[in-house]
Design a protein. Sequence first.
Length: 193
Amino acid sequence: MKLYLIRHGITEGNKKTIYNGRKDEKLSQEGILDLEKKRVLYKDLAIDYSYCSTLTRAKQSFEVLFPNQKVDEYRDDLVEMDFGDWTGMNYHDKFKELFAKGYTFNDLVDPDNGETYDELFLRTTNFLNEVLNKHKNKKCVVVLTHGLVISSLMFKHFNTNHNMYELSPDNGLGYIIEFNSKKQVKNIEKIAF
């Protein structure tokens, strides 16, 4: 099975480098145009099953990238991390604040009054296990979701040589993880444009 983990398109919040988290935001016009260009990357996919976050930016992204497909399952466990009090804050400013306190990119600092990284890892791991058990005989499963959902999966299960933030893909891109029949990773490919 090949599992495609794809990040939604660009939003106004992405352009302003703010934590959107669970704030429901539409794609920007730039985001739609960018996804229309990136659609070529996925045009030949024969999708056996698809999952999508319940947030609007993910739903719109699926519609743009896969105009002739329907989402098989919308999932709340694929929504972005809940950034709590950090929602709406500029993440460059927040990182500067954290670095001044001695933290580095390798430290996973839980947002105030938000979801913890352990909670994020648990829900994304449970989702991955469900997909691997449910779709072991499928050839192509697509997951349209958010940056930290993807990077949490990559960090915890597929690529421990990077910090989590380095693993977040650009909008409209992501990773292809190929599994053998024993659910072991056969190959990992970063989707590039």
